[in-house]
Ligand binder design. Structure first.
Ligand code: IDP
Ligand code: MG
Length: 137
């Protein structure tokens, strides 16, 4: 099914000059770039996006990190876009992510793991609204 997902190249990826190579991977598998914007994540957006992790030991560091510099916000669309994007991203911990995945190839540590991607179509809808406003459908 054609669907949309939200993905975000985190501050470490932007700072390291990895944006082009990562976006090329999405284009290579045929995902379409519906929206793309370089921006800083606001504290409100960070808290909304990571609400499920509030109270965990890494939460404060995560919010500090995601708001620490520019990110690239993306809406990707295509057949099974949510699962396909998660597959290309690889495991959450770059140390465990398989070679060939974005986190496996570009990341080193869990605290700065290169990329965010929605984990379900429901999360995608919620996160697109958080980062691109309520009008995006
Ligand atoms: P996901 O990004 O693969 O969906 P989640 O478990 O939803 O992984 O965690 C959200 C983000 O929180 C991760 O991408 C990572 O940046 C951060 N995170 C998760 N677990 C840890 C941890 O144990 N230490 C530090 N950061 C973590
Ligand atoms: Mg998650």
């Amino acid at each position: 099914m054609t669907e949309k997902t939200y993905a975000m190249l985190k501050p470490d990826a932007v700072a390291a000059g990895q944006v082009g190579e990562i976006i090329a991977r999405f284009e290579r598998v045929g995902l379409a770039l519906d929206r793309m914007e370089l921006a800083e994540v606001t504290p409100q957006q960070a808290a909304a996006n990571y609400a499920e992790h509030e109270g965990k030991p890494f939460y404060d560091g995560l919010i500090r990190y995601i708001t620490s510099g520019p990110v690239v916000k993306l809406v990707l669309s295509g057949e099974g876009a949510v699962a396909l994007t998660r597959k290309l991203m690889g495991a959450t911990n770059p140390a465990e992510a398989a070679p060939g995945t974005i986190r496996g190839d570009f990341g080193m540590v869990m605290d700065a793991n290169v990329i965010h991607g929605s984990d379900s179509p429901e999360s995608a809808e919620r996160e697109i609204a958080i980062f691109f406003g309520e009008t995006e459908s």
